[in-house]
Design a protein around this ligand. Sequence first.
Ligand code: ATP
Ligand code: ZN
Ligand code: MG
Length: 307
Amino acid sequence: MTHVLPGLAKPAASPEAVFDAVFRPTGVDGVYGRSGAYESVVEALAVMISRERDAMAEVVRFPPVASRALIEKAGYLKSFPHLLGCVCALGGGNQRIASAVARFEAGETWTDGLEPSDLVLTPAACYPIYPMAAARGPVPRDGLIFDVASDCFRREPSRDIDRLQSFRMREYVRIGTLEQTTTFREEWRERAAALADRLGISYRIEAASDPFFGRVGAMVGRYQVEQQLKYELVVPVRSTETPTACMSFNYHRDHFGQTFDMRGEDGAFAHTTCVAFGMDRLAVALFATHGTEIAKWPAAVRSALNL
Ligand code: ATP
Ligand code: ZN
Ligand code: MG
């Protein structure tokens, strides 16, 4: 199950040093401004990942908000209700809005004038692609590949440099038969390992589970590990003992096929898999591994990133 390196290398820079070099506090844990040097690394990573794009892949970029109905239908509230952020706005007509503002100005609570909208904050880049693909009719014989990205939100405030509330996710999504999705995920394990090698980061690829909500969720998580439905490429960022998931390889079987009635030409539900790149975690991992000054990073790493 574990793959590649027997031991993980200790990060060169401390989490505090990385934080000061790359993040600018905003007063909210896990929500930071980002330095120019840091953004140049995020952009370089994006270019590197784009070079790996399959010729048949279709590029779609999503905004940081998504349809609430879509996320409800996808089953997010069953699995991760604790992480979801919903967009609210003042509603109920001008009078009620004015009264909420007046309460604010009087130093009172105004937020009880908020009403939930039809939007949530996008929790993962791939969700919106499934209904979009399903709406096109039967999945073609060769299946589909999408290159998607989004700013993502998860309500998991933390002071850890690798756990943000607002972060960027890039994904390659494969839709097709069981065989097509399995092959894609296995190939991507190797390609991801090669990418990590070029970045000079220490890593391990291991079976993992998602943080499903509640006690039943914990069971689902154990099943997920047993069935190897999720792997993560983990990198020492804060420590070697608790390495950080910087990429994940997720197999959903035909969950989204069934949910969105997405079928192949033979009528069978489509299988889906996604490879997710945590852009902020990869960038943070690079600064932790190679130090806070890009100019002092190994030449091979800078050349791989064209920095
Ligand atoms: P973790 O187990 O660390 O919470 P996850 O299983 O929730 O990670 P995924 O749902 O697979 O992560 O998300 C895809 C990728 O997005 C992750 O591999 C990671 O790189 C990134 N990611 C997830 N949550 C965060 C976060 N809070 N801050 C920054 N990046 C994140
Ligand atoms: Zn995904
Ligand atoms: Mg998580």
